[in-house]
Design a protein around this ligand. Structure first.
Ligand SMILES: Nc1ncnc2c1ncn2[C@@H]1O[C@H](COP(=O)(O)OP(=O)(O)OP(=O)(O)O)[C@@H](O)[C@H]1O
Ligand SMILES: [Mg+2]
Length: 208
């Protein structure tokens, strides 16, 4: 455990369409059934302010949001989420599951948009205020699988970016995940239930 809190922060990361929302939901259901108090949040979002910021980031409103501005918007959402929701839940001893967290900014705004990684990490550190995930689950899918899963849905602003962007994001994620000792990589192309079983078995010592 990295945090000096009674509770646990579990994070799901991965490319768009990798299944973070699906797996966050399955884990929350499982833990609730086991009697845990669980709060599920998403990034960007998770608070009223965060949801406003999420609309700015993901809606196709035609505004030209520059990379550094985009990073700051994510950090606004993150700073608010940490202080308003995550720290109080951890203090109460509850489990909080976040659908994306700080590693997303390293991968997307850092490796994807080209903002220096040390800049992204400095802002992450300020937003996080010492909070670290107890576990980060990275759901790895390749670019072809991302495109297959995305088809049929209206792409949001960020999903319209070129394949090259997602190649950098995936490589960035892999590098970042390798450097985090509480991170676990799971093959995101496995069936949903099999992934969920692997997630639960990875978290067994942490939570159960
Ligand atoms: N293991 C899986 N195998 C096949 N399809 C999956 C799997 N997990 C999720 N999916 C499907 O892929 C799509 C994306 O899943 P989900 O919304 O959970 O991903 P996400 O990472 O939250 O995506 P987004 O970045 O768009 O929020 C959905 O249609 C979902 O049913
Ligand atoms: Mg999702």
């Amino acid at each position: 455990m990295d945090n000096n809190f009674a509770g646990s922060l579990i994070v799901f990361e991965g490319l768009d369409g990798s299944g973070t929302t699906t797996q966050a939901g399955l884990l929350a259901d499982y833990l609730k059934e086991k009697g845990h108090e669980v709060l599920k949040v998403e990034e960007p979002g998770g608070t009223s302010l965060g949801r406003k910021v999420r609309d700015l980031l993901l809606e196709d409103h035609g505004m030209d949001i520059r990379p550094l501005s985009e990073l700051f918007l994510y950090e606004v959402s993150r700073a608010q989420l940490v202080r308003e929701k995550i720290i109080p839940e951890l203090e109460k001893g509850n489990v909080i599951i976040s659908d994306r967290f700080a590693a997303s900014s390293v991968a997307y705004q850092g490796h994807g948009r080209g903002i220096p990684i040390d800049v992204v990490k400095r802002l992450n550190d300020i937003a996080l205020n010492g909070v670290e995930p107890n576990a980060t689950i990275f759901l790895d899918i390749d670019l072809e699988e991302r495109e297959r899963r995305g088809s049929g849905q209206k792409p949001d602003r960020i999903e319209k970016e070129a394949r090259e962007f997602y190649r950098r994001v995936r490589e960035g994620y892999l590098e970042e995940i390798r450097s985090m000792d509480e991170a676990v990589l799971i093959d995101g192309t496995l069936p949903k239930d099999e992934i969920s079983r692997r997630v639960i078995s990875e978290l067994e010592t942490e939570l159960l």
